[in-house]
Design a protein around this ligand. Structure first.
Ligand SMILES: *[C@@H]1O[C@H](CO)[C@@H](O)[C@H](O)[C@H]1NC(C)=O
Length: 375
């Protein structure tokens, strides 16, 4: 999760029309170690050093680091290969399939995943322990998929140390893919490479939710009508790096996506407040979000409200940028979310951190998949 402070100031300075970055300028700046950042939707990108990039995050400034995808995105825009398509989402009708699976979701199992995820010194995308976290998720998902037909777990390599992971479940027929995402990386903004960053909530919570839903579906032998993917992204805290790489690749390949849901921070409610899901309404698909509200009504024991988290606050934005329908149900009303993220204090011992709450988000993610991909 990236945060929203500085958003208004930025909006005032980001209204200039986008101008293509010249090839010579691009090559020179990349060779000098600079990164190309987009700070606001549609705004002209700006060059920043890695240190300046970290400082932007410390200042609470959102961005997409588009260095790796810049040229690819320009080409895509020129070719218009993927036209944004209006998707209609169904009404809830698969209670008989969903309800028994919800019973299988386990807090103890999620605790096991999170204990391991928080045991890495950090899961920073440029650190070796960030890569160890990739290995852990890859090995865990691979073990769950072992001996199951039609399930593949793949590494998606990037230009940096950590890699993303995609677990793909074949559909009974081909069709657009339904994606559930979360980001595996964590960051300590005071000392990114070596600082302690347990990232229990950001985004250990979403990461464990995905692992748990994947466990339940694979153990139940769930066969979707259309393909399902679990995607654990690398480098979200570096400016949505992993998810942009993947979403751009899907757009280049003409992959059709039915829906994308991002789970990034699902375990915290400020003491005194009532736990609920908060649906972000910016940089998302409103029809998909409406469908997910009906999932909350049908399957969860908590309610929902809505809010905005600003451009580039999490990986759903990478899909939105590429014309795909995406969504972002968030742990609580934006602005009252976990104040311990991006530091050594993002642990399960925080007052307000709750596995019971996070289980509700696991229920939401599971219901989302089964309602959208059952025959
Ligand atoms: C990713 O990189 C590793 C080496 O770092 C390599 O072994 C692996 O085959 C690569 N995976 C893919 C899918 O390209």
């Amino acid at each position: 999760m990236q945060s929203l402070l500085g958003f208004v100031l930025l909006a005032l300075t980001a209204l200039a029309a986008a101008v293509p970055v010249a090839r010579s300028e691009y090559d020179t700046n990349v060779a000098a170690g600079l990164r190309l950042l987009r700070l606001e939707k549609g705004a002209e990108p700006v060059w920043k050093s890695e240190d300046e990039k970290l400082q932007l995050k410390i200042d609470g400034q959102n961005f997409l680091d588009i260095t790796e995808v810049y040229e690819r995105s320009e080409k895509l825009a020129a070719n218009k290969k993927v036209a944004a398509k209006k998707v209609n989402y169904p009404s809830i009708s698969h209670q008989d399939a969903v309800n028994p699976l919800l019973e299988d979701l386990s807090i103890d199992s999620m605790k096991g995943y999170l204990t391991k995820l928080t045991s890495f010194n950090n899961r920073y995308y440029r650190s070796s322990t960030g890569r160890d976290a990739s290995d852990y998720i890859f090995n865990t998902a691979t073990a769950l998929a072992r001996g199951k037909d039609g399930i593949t777990v793949s590494a998606f390599n990037h230009s940096f140390t950590q890699y993303s992971i995609i677990a793909h479940i074949d559909g009974a027929s081909d069709g657009p893919v339904t994606i559930l995402g979360g980001h595996m990386d964590s960051i300590n903004l005071r000392s990114a490479m070596s600082g302690r960053a347990p990232g229990a909530d950001d985004d250990g919570s979403g990461t464990m939710n995905l692992l748990e839903i994947f466990r339940v579906l694979t153990e139940a032998g769930y066969t979707p009508a259309t393909p399902v993917e679990f995607q654990w992204y690398a480098g979200e805290e570096g400016g949505l790096l992993g998810s942009q790489d993947i979403a751009t690749q899907y757009a280049e390949d003409g992959v059709e996506v039915y829906a994308m849901m991002q789970l990034d921070m699902t375990a915290y409610t400020a003491p005194g407040r009532t736990p609920h899901v908060s649906f972000m309404t910016d940089n998302v698909d409103s029809g998909l979000t409406t469908f997910e509200k009906s999932l909350v009504d049908e399957y969860l024991s908590i309610g929902y409200d809505t809010g905005r988290c600003g451009y580039g606050c999490s990986d759903h934005a990478s899909w939105n940028e590429n014309g795909y329908p995406s969504s972002m149900p968030f742990e609580t009303t934006f602005g009252t979310d976990n104040p311990n993220i991006h530091s050594a204090s993002d642990t399960v011992n925080v007052n307000g951190f709750s596995f019971e709450q996070s289980l509700e988000f696991a229920k939401l993610g599971l219901a989302y998949i089964v309602e959208l991909t059952s025959a």
